[in-house]
Design a protein around this ligand. Structure first.
Ligand code: FA5
Length: 339
């Protein structure tokens, strides 16, 4: 038995000195210390020894087991250090490699246009108010001088939620809400989403955005509405664009008008977007009807005012040269990344 122990010890030291990597070391570990390894083999042989020999041989086997474990540990940390070092040496850092580009979010072109319009109007002295998307028939129509059976209600096809609740068809719903809260002088803008049950086409959608503006004070003149609009266009576009104002009808203004901008896309020659007219209708405006002031608890004998409502998508189409309004809501990254 003693000879067998010595032989195994000799063999172990023979083999361990040739180990080149951790995989080979693991194989040796299993060969000597594993469940079916050589130490286990010696321990099973102990049973066959004479009783008086057992303590001595038992100690020898245990000493050998400890010696082998110790040796394996040392060789392990030695090889491990070498492997780590050479791995680091192999890992070269190429500082010329370009960094990984991250996708950076961006504001939607309609939001950009809306922010631009708001910035300009705030710079002209208007302050910001908000109104709800889900609106009562009262603020969207009745308080704006649309009688319940008024044919002008058909001008704006409406999504009704209940008999009295609807998705607002225009940002003019904010007018009487603001009048109820503040006294003149009032110089306010309100922007947001509007909804109309219309056929979708290249220039009209079922939902779109408007910016509403109105000014109520003593002796507000119709000509100040024109000068405000002209100043607004100059500041939004940063160059002189061609505009034209046409008489029009809205129950909540008198007189009323609509404003067009020369189609920037075809330069007034006529295209699909401007329906070959060379112009794109962008806004409605006029002098606030006395009845509307009354609904807002403002005395029309003392005060008057103007109001306008601008379509943001149509303006964004002209500003960015976009030919179809539908593209704003298609979430196509190829389009969004361009702007
Ligand atoms: C109105 O909505 C009035 N509230 C505007 C107004 C305000 C008049 C204050 C007088 C005083 P109109 O329906 O014309 O008016 O819409 C105004 C603008 O919103 C249009 O010129 C257009 O630019 C935009 N617009 C209207 N309908 C759509 C639609 N379906 N899709 C995209 N833009 C639209």
């Amino acid at each position: 038995m003693e000879k067998e122990i010595k032989d195994i010890e000799g063999l172990f030291f023979e083999e361990i000195k040739d180990v080149k990597n951790l995989r080979e070391l693991e194989e040796i570990k299993i060969k000597y210390l594993g469940k079916k390894g050589k130490i286990q083999f010696l321990l099973s042989h102990l049973k066959k020894c004479k009783k008086e020999e057992k303590p001595l041989f038992g100690k020898l086997v245990n000493d050998l087991k400890e010696e082998i474990s110790e040796q394996i540990k040392k060789v392990f940390s030695f090889i491990h250090d070498i492997e780590e070092k050479s791995k680091l040496e192999r890992e070269e850092i190429d500082i010329n490699l370009p960094g990984r580009l991250k996708n950076i979010g961006n504001l939607h072109p309609v939001t950009k246009m809306m922010d631009r319009m708001i910035d300009v109007l705030v710079g002209m002295g208007f302050s910001i108010q908000k109104g709800p998307d889900l609106e009562s028939d009262y603020y969207n129509f009745e308080a704006l001088n649309f009688e319940s059976d008024h044919p002008a209600r058909d001008m704006q096809d409406t999504f009704y939620i209940t008999e009295d609740l609807l998705l607002r068809t225009h940002t003019s719903n904010v007018q009487v809400r603001v009048m109820e809260k503040f006294s003149p002088p009032i110089r306010v803008i309100a922007s947001g989403r509007c909804f109309r049950n219309e056929n979708v086409s290249s220039r009209s959608h079922v939902f779109f955005h408007q910016v509403e503006g109105f000014y109520i004070d003593k002796d507000v003149s119709f000509s100040s509405l024109f000068s405000t609009m002209d100043e607004f266009w100059d500041k939004v576009f940063n160059y002189k664009i061609k505009t034209r104002y046409r008489p029009s009808y809205f129950p909540f203004v008198e007189p009323g008008m609509e404003g067009d901008i020369e189609c920037i896309i075809c330069k007034g020659k006529g295209c699909k977007i401007c329906k070959n007219s060379g112009w794109l209708e962008i806004f409605g405006a006029g002098m606030i009807h006395p009845n509307v002031l009354k609904y807002g608890n403002i005395d029309p004998e003392k005060y008057n005012g103007y109001a306008f409502g601008l379509g943001i998508e149509r303006l964004a189409m002209l500003y960015y040269g976009i030919e179809d309004i539908r593209i704003f809501t298609e979430n196509d990254f190829r389009f969004l990344n361009q702007i």
